[in-house]
Ligand binder design. Structure first.
Ligand code: GAP
Length: 488
C-alpha cells in the first residue's frame, strides 16, 4: 500500500468512528481484536445494503425465496460439509516472536512489496507459484518459497520459522449446561449449510421448481488467525448467500449467468465497473468445480468482495450420506434426448456469496472524498463528503429550519411528518446552516432542505444536493417526490 493509499484508508477508519459508522468492539476495555460494532449511521447503512441485496434476490427473481436459519446446527452438518476435515489454512509460526501467520498472506504481502517497487512481473510469478503450491498442498515447497523470498516476521525481524501446518478455522462451544453431557457444536463458518439442510423443506413448502434459489443473510464466524484491514477480515461477520439449485449438466450456464448478474448488481449502485475485476480460482475448494472472486479495488489494492462458486452436488450428496435422508428432486420436465422426464436427481448448486461487512467497507471506500471547494468570493474551504449511493444512504433527507423561531420549525416538522413514513429523515435546528450542511455531507445524506422566511410567504424551500452542492428553490410539495425519484 502506498503512503497515500494508507493515509486514505486510515482517514476512512477515523471518519467511520468519528461519524458513528463503525466502533471498535467493547472499546472501553480497549477493544477486541478484529471485532467491530456498527453505530447509528453504520447500522442504517448496513441494513440498507442488506435490504438492497435481499430485494434483488427475492423480489426481483420470482424463483428465489429466502430463509433465516439458526446459527447453531447439528454438529454432523460440519462433518458432512467437509468443514471439520478441510476448513483450515496453512499457517506458520515465528519461533522468536511466537506470532502466527497465514502463509498465503505473507506471500501476498511480499508480492505487494515487489509490485510497489516496480517489479510487477516478479510479483505475478510469485503469486502464480504460490497458487500452484497451495493447489498441490506442497508445504515443503511453500516454505522453500518463503525462504527464497527472504520473508521475515514483522515483529522479530527473523526468518526463524516453524514448519507449515493446517489450522481449523471453526469456533466450537458446548451445548448443554453440564460439561460431561455437553455436545461440542460449532458457530457456523458460512450461512450456506443452513440452506442445504433445508433444501427439501423449502422446495416442498414454497412449491419451487428447478432452477430455483434460496437466499439467506446472517452471521458467520471464523477464527481467522490474522484478522486485519479493519472490517475487511473479521472473526464475526455477516454473509449474504444464495444457493441456486439447477439440473446437473447446466451448472456452467448458471455460473456464467450469476457471474454477470452479480457484477451488474454492484454497478447498479453507481460504483464504476473499472473498480472491479474477476479472479478465477486456481485452487478450488473441496466442493467446487469452478469458482471465481469478484474483486474490488480497495485502498489497499484489489481484493475479494464476493465469491461465485459452482458447488456441484457435493453438499446435498454428502448430507444425504450422513443423514441417510434422500435429498433428491423429481424433475417432471421432459428430456428431449430421451423423450422421458428427467426424473429423480440430486441438484447441482451455483452459489453467490458476499460479505456484508466487506460490501460496507467497499461502499465507504467508494464514497469517502476530501474536497477543496472554491467559494464565490475566491476563498477556499475543505469538506469531507461521503458520496454514498442515495438508495443505501443512512439518511435520505435532512430537514433544517434556518432559525428556531418565527414558525419555521413548525413548517419543517410538517414536512418531516409527510416524508418520514416513506424514507429516513433527519431533523436539526441547531448551528449555522453551513455547519449543518457539512455534517450531513460527512454522513452521506444526499439531500438537505432549508426552511426560511420566504417559505412562509410562497411555500418554497431550498433543496441542496450533496454531490454538486447545487441549491435550487422548489415548492415544499415537491420534496417528497424528488427524494423518492432519487431512490428508485
Ligand atoms: N459459502 C461460501 C463461502 O463462505 P467464502 O469465499 O469463504 O465462501 C464468502 O466467503 C464471502 O464472505 C467472501 O467473499 C467475503 O466477502 C466474506 N468473508 C469471508 N471471510 C470473511 C471474514 N473473515 N471477514 C469478513 N468477511 C468475510
Amino acid at each position: 500500500m502506498s503512503i497515500q493509499q494508507d493515509n486514505r484508508f486510515q482517514a476512512i477508519i477515523s471518519h467511520a468512528k468519528e461519524y458513528g459508522f463503525v466502533f471498535p468492539s467493547s472499546e472501553i476495555y480497549d477493544g477486541l481484536s478484529a471485532v467491530y460494532d456498527y453505530g447509528p449511521y453504520g447500522s442504517e447503512l448496513k441494513k440498507n445494503i442488506r435490504d438492497y441485496w435481499w430485494r434483488s434476490m427475492t423480489q426481483m427473481h420470482d424463483n428465489i425465496v429466502g430463509i433465516d436459519a439458526a446459527i447453531f446446527m447439528h454438529p454432523t452438518t460440519w462433518k458432512a460439509s467437509g468443514h471439520v476435515d478441510n476448513f483450515s489454512d496453512p499457517m506458520i509460526d515465528n519461533k522468536d516472536s511466537k506470532k502466527r501467520y497465514r502463509v498465503d498472506h505473507l506471500l501476498e504481502a511480499k508480492a505487494d512489496q515487489l509490485r510497489e517497487s516496480g517489479q510487477a512481473n516478479e510479483a505475478d510469478t510469485l503469486l502464480a507459484e504460490m497458487d500452484r503450491l497451495l493447489a498441490a498442498e506442497d508445504f515443503t515447497g511453500l516454505k522453500q518459497l518463503m525462504n527464497d523470498q527472504k520473508i521475515v516476521c514483522s515483529v522479530s525481524g527473523t526468518a526463524n520459522w516453524t514448519d507449515i501446518r493446517q489450522f481449523n478455522l471453526m469456533f466450537s462451544t458446548q451445548l448443554g449446561s453440564v460439561a460431561e453431557d455437553a455436545d461440542t457444536i460449532y458457530l457456523r463458518p458460512e450461512t450456506a449449510q443452513g440452506i442445504f439442510v433445508n433444501f427439501l423443506n423449502v422446495q416442498k413448502t414454497a412449491r419451487m421448481k428447478i432452477p430455483f434459489g434460496i437466499a439467506q443473510t446472517g452471521k458467520a464466524f471464523r477464527n481467522e488467525i490474522v484478522a486485519r484491514q479493519f472490517i475487511f477480515r473479521m472473526r464475526e461477520f455477516e454473509q449474504m448467500e444464495m444457493q441456486f439449485f439447477v439440473r446437473p449438466g447446466t451448472q456452467m450456464e448458471w455460473y456464467n449467468y450469476w457471474k454477470d448478474a452479480r457484477l451488474k448488481w454492484h454497478t447498479s449502485l453507481g460504483i464504476p465497473a473499472e473498480k472491479y475485476r474477476y479472479h478465477d480460482h486456481v485452487k478450488l475448494a473441496h466442493y467446487a468445480d469452478a469458482a471465481l472472486d469478484i474483486e474490488y479495488e480497495f485502498p489497499f489494492g484489489f481484493k475479494e468482495v464476493e465469491g461465485i462458486h459452482s458447488r456441484t452436488d457435493f453438499d446435498l450428496k454428502s448430507h444425504q450420506e450422513y443423514s441417510k435422508k434422500k435429498q433428491q428432486y423429481f424433475d417432471a420436465d421432459v428430456d428431449p434426448s430421451t423423450g422421458k422426464p428427467y426424473g429423480n436427481y440430486i441438484p447441482y448448486v451455483v452459489e453467490t456469496s458476499i460479505g456484508l461487512d466487506r460490501m460496507f467497507l467497499l461502499v465507504l471506500s467508494h464514497a469517502y472524498e476530501e474536497e477543496t471547494i472554491t467559494k464565490e468570493d475566491g476563498t477556499s474551504d475543505n469538506r469531507v463528503v461521503m458520496r454514498i449511493p442515495a438508495k443505501i444512504a443512512p439518511n435520505k433527507l435532512a430537514i433544517l429550519p434556518l432559525m428556531k423561531k418565527d414558525g419555521l420549525p413548525e413548517i419543517a416538522k410538517q414536512l418531516l411528518d409527510e416524508c418520514k413514513p416513506h424514507f429516513k429523515c433527519f431533523y436539526e435546528e441547531k448551528d449555522a446552516i453551513g455547519k449543518r450542511y457539512r455534517r450531513q455531507d460527512a454522513i452521506g445524506t444526499p439531500f438537505c432542505v432549508t426552511i426560511d422566511h420566504q417559505t412562509k410567504e410562497d411555500g418554497t424551500v431550498t433543496i441542496r444536493h450533496r454531490d454538486s452542492m447545487k441549491q435550487e428553490r422548489v415548492h415544499l410539495s415537491e420534496i417528497k417526490s424528488m427524494v423518492l425519484t432519487a431512490l428508485t
